[in-house]
Design a protein around this ligand. Sequence first.
Ligand SMILES: Cc1cc2nc3c(=O)[nH]c(=O)nc-3n(C[C@H](O)[C@H](O)[C@H](O)COP(=O)(O)OP(=O)(O)OC[C@H]3O[C@@H](n4cnc5c(N)ncnc54)[C@H](O)[C@@H]3O)c2cc1C
Length: 426
Amino acid sequence: MLEIAIIGAGPAGLATALQLHQKGFRPSIYESVSEIRPLGVGLDIKPYATREIVEIGLFDEFCSISVEARESIFLNGWGQQIFAEKCGLHMGYSNEQRFVHRGSFQMMLYDAVRRRIGPDAVQLGARCIGIDQDERGVTVRFEPQRPDAPTEIRADIVIGVDGIKSAVRNQLLPQSVGTHYSGITLWRGVTVMKPWKSGGSILHIGDPVRQGSLIVYPIQNNTDGKGNQLINWVIEQNGRPEIVEDWNHLVTPNEVPNLFEECRLDFIDLGEMVHSAREVYIFPLVDHDPLPHWSFGRITLLGDAAHAMYPRGGNGVCQALVDARVIAEKLASIPDPIEALREYEAERREAVNWIVHANRSDGPEIVRRIAEERSGGKPFAGINSIMPNAEIESIFMEYHRKAGMRRPDDESGKPCAFPSVFTASH
Ligand SMILES: Cc1cc2nc3c(=O)[nH]c(=O)nc-3n(C[C@H](O)[C@H](O)[C@H](O)COP(=O)(O)OP(=O)(O)OC[C@H]3O[C@@H](n4cnc5c(N)ncnc54)[C@H](O)[C@@H]3O)c2cc1C
């Protein structure tokens, strides 16, 4: 049987292992940290990614740790509605959209890998530091972080799923080592709160460039046994110097800039939400330039290692879950593994690179920027006075199509009513 080594046990590496296992492979996963801990805050799992979770037989478990998304609401900095869209089944998709804590999601996948593939499937404390291939296979070298971790292994193929700072990618494409900083700082927090609105609403508030942006959504039901939810929020501020990329850099709520005083909503107190946060992390909004290649003979890239993107439109982990299925399908159906990795890249790379670029133009969040520009940052009389609904629908229609989630009410092949806003000039 093909020996497959996966470098990185983040959500993407673990999902890849489960997809491969369903196709009859027994991959080995090598992870740099000595212990998997439930780190991070919120992830938005779109219907097309929920479908992948259904495919690997984890939907019920996933439902028990996540919150069903019902509506997505876009507001200006004064709290006026720009646009609203139903989510998942409520919009007519065949699958639910759900919000989840990244740490719970990763632990769910980790437990499933250990249960299905074996308790030794994930080798912890194995930090990849080098990789070489020859005609017969690949040698991976590790800097062990625990005594039982290997220093070197051989495999037939290697999948680099080691995140935005990927050591595998940096070796294969030394010219693309650095990340790309947007000029925007993120404060990512979680707060225990009473459910508000539908109990499954996501709010997108403000202007991503000028005033700053706030995204809010629930990621855990009944988090404290008293019916409260764990609410995930992300505040973005533009024009700050770049800070160190550390997902676990904690700050206090007092350090978060107060950008949304003018935004008064009758169902949630945004100031109180930030003030009473349980945890707040600071992180720079970074992505990676779209890559010219993912597959190099017996080695390929997947997840953030292949396509780290700004979290506009919530597609980063979702695209990784699709990568995981496609690579497993190719390896199961194409006898030559090198050809299979080429086919995987051919099916995925160009489509995902479009999203990386579009997210630099703010993805669908661009409607908030356009509304801000046309209203001069002032309250508007009605959104239609500055931006017709057809124009907003056209932006969402194009973005959703390209991300692989054509809306059920979108007639396939029908051209968008307005010219694309996702151009290099944005
Ligand atoms: C600690 C952490 C917290 C995060 N929090 C959030 C969040 O709150 N919200 C959000 O949207 N995204 C978050 N992300 C990113 C998010 O997980 C990814 O964008 C997405 O889920 C795709 O996952 P991935 O598995 O490709 O990458 P990642 O989740 O980054 O996983 C990569 C894995 O590879 C391991 N690794 C790295 N280098 C090596 C190496 N040299 N050798 C072996 N293993 C290596 C890492 O330890 C990690 O487990 C976080 C990532 C991390 C690592």
